[in-house]
Design a protein around this ligand. Sequence first.
Ligand SMILES: Nc1ncnc2c1ncn2[C@@H]1O[C@H](COP(=O)(O)OP(=O)(O)OP(=O)(O)O)[C@@H](O)[C@H]1O
Ligand SMILES: [Mg+2]
Length: 381
Amino acid sequence: MSNSVGRVSKLMSRFLEELEAPFIGRHEEALVLTLAIMSGEHAILIGEPGTAKSALVRRASDLLNARFFKYLLTRFTEPSELFGPLDIKALREGLYRRVTRGKLPEADIAFLDEIFNANSAVLNSLLSIMQERVLYDGYTEIRVPLWSLIGASNKTPEEPELEALYDRFLYRHYVKPLEADYWDKLLSAAWKIETGESSVGMPIMDMGQLKEVNKAVLNVNLEYVKSRLIKLFLAFQEKGLHVTDRRKGKILKAIAAHAVLNGRSTANESDLIVLKYTVPKDIEDFDKVSIILMEELRTKDRVLRELEEIKSNIEASYKAIERMQSFDPKLIDYYRSLKSTRNRIASLVKDFEDEEILKMADELIERIDDIIQEIMAKLNM
Ligand SMILES: Nc1ncnc2c1ncn2[C@@H]1O[C@H](COP(=O)(O)OP(=O)(O)OP(=O)(O)O)[C@@H](O)[C@H]1O
Ligand SMILES: [Mg+2]
């Protein structure tokens, strides 16, 4: 772990921790927002009213010292409300210009509530701001500093003209209402939020620090996960979950951000969990993707458990082999089975770079090779 990644990871872990602290059951939502700002990408929270979407974003904005712009969109929201009113003085001199002070074109982070209310007049400008960080406005073209746009909505969009907008949110998360088991905790937590008891005292970082974080994200080594990622895209595609080409590339940023958050400068299979927050599109996709990932991702624990099992099988075989006479024909069977176990271990850990797993795999392979030597001696080979 390089020093800078360690530092960055500590800072962002603290941000995540502070962000979720006052809420009940909102870890994933806080994680999505944290990954989004780390990667300089846009995120949208979709969920029924009152599930703390706005409260989470408000808290994120208190924790990050940056220029924020927040707005609740309706069907009637006009471009000037988001991008600033026309500069009348300039207009008298024949110049078409907006007064952008305090508006979206000057914001580092924007929060647009009910974003799918955007009408076509604001939609086009939003699309270019999100994609190119440029506001095309009549005759002018303004470069904007926008780092992340966070959207919230009660539903996924149905209108085809909103597809392009929705596709620009790399992170998409479905916020579910809390189950009855949590209602007790919810009451005390919501009370503390209402009374201001859990408000943020001071921001814990600024945009300069966030940009340093982003540098670490863009430096992550992704080589070990690419082939596995492509296989997962295929698995999703087979189940009717299509990922647009834009998103396929951008997902690497989410993987890299997850690696950095966990203190690594090299991505590994555990980082592919971010597919949970980047692949789903329709409401029913969210559960589907989670299930596929749970099945497909061999997590570290699972592989370690599998290696443990292989280890005890090897030792059991060894006990049997030890007792066998020279030239016992069963030795050949053991020989073959150990060879195939050896291959199995190699393919099991192929995509891993976790030290613990690799060390254990090496030890097992060495052990198998020793036993194979003994078998060959008994067979006089
Ligand atoms: N999981 C939770 N933990 C703690 N408090 C919560 C939780 N969910 C909701 N609340 C309380 O409910 C309030 C309302 O949440 P908020 O306004 O953020 O909802 P919302 O999802 O933005 O709703 P809408 O879709 O109507 O805008 C929060 O400020 C908080 O007090
Ligand atoms: Mg809200």
